[in-house]
Design a protein around this ligand. Structure first.
Ligand SMILES: [Zn+2]
Length: 198
């Protein structure tokens, strides 16, 4: 039986995405053994996050300033807007350094199961940004899940009639993927998105 303090720290860690009670306990033990190094670093990083992080009122990114670094960067193309479900998706795309436009974070995906409705996401703010003009292309970069695709479809409908080109990420074979390891959905998508051999 661990002490109350250790139990409550493990319980708090177990609520983090991807961590269950077992790995939370392991993390607590790991931190206790490194209380002067890793634990201090973690405390300082958490305190810094608590004091400085804000949500960008324009795109929904999380940064130390509002507007965020991406929105404020004049080298980025204001004519291309990439719509993602979550900040983690924005960061993943931005790490790839392939998209040079701006972003819009929805804050989730439509879900009948979880009761997430259009008004729960920042779709209204997205429409306002597009209506304000100056955007040529909206890239719908939703996850290749049923809910992600439902969300993309809904947004595409809402954007209809506005003077923008609507594009979507292609889904298909992962780089390095072998055909016989893929699920049928991925294979079907890849086959549908086939293109002429150059
Ligand atoms: Zn921003």
């Amino acid at each position: 039986m661990a002490s109350q303090e250790i139990e409550s720290l493990a319980a708090a860690l177990a609520r983090l995405p991807g961590l269950g009670p077992r790995s939370a306990r392991r993390a607590v033990l790991w931190l206790v053994k490194r209380r002067e190094t890793s634990l201090v670093q973690l405390l300082e990083a958490l305190a810094a996050v608590r004091e400085t992080l804000v949500e960008c009122a324009t795109c929904g990114n999380v940064d130390t300033r509002d507007p965020c670094g991406l929105c404020a960067d004049s080298r980025r193309d204001p004519r291309a807007l990439c719509v993602v479900e979550d900040v983690a998706d924005l960061w993943a795309l931005d790490r790839a350094k392939l998209f040079t436009g701006r972003y819009h974070v929805l804050g989730g995906r439509l879900s009948a199961l979880d009761g997430v409705r259009p008004e729960d996401l920042s779709i209204g703010r997205l429409l306002d940004r597009v209506r304000a003009g100056g955007i040529d292309e909206v890239v719908l970069a939703m996850n290749a899940t049923l809910e992600g695709q439902t969300t993309a479809h809904y947004i595409a409908e809402r954007l209809e009639g506005l003077p923008v080109r609507i594009t979507q990420l292609a889904h298909g074979l992962p780089v390095g993927g072998e055909l016989d390891y893929l699920d049928e959905g991925t294979l079907a998508q890849a086959l549908r998105a086939r293109r002429p051999v150059a």
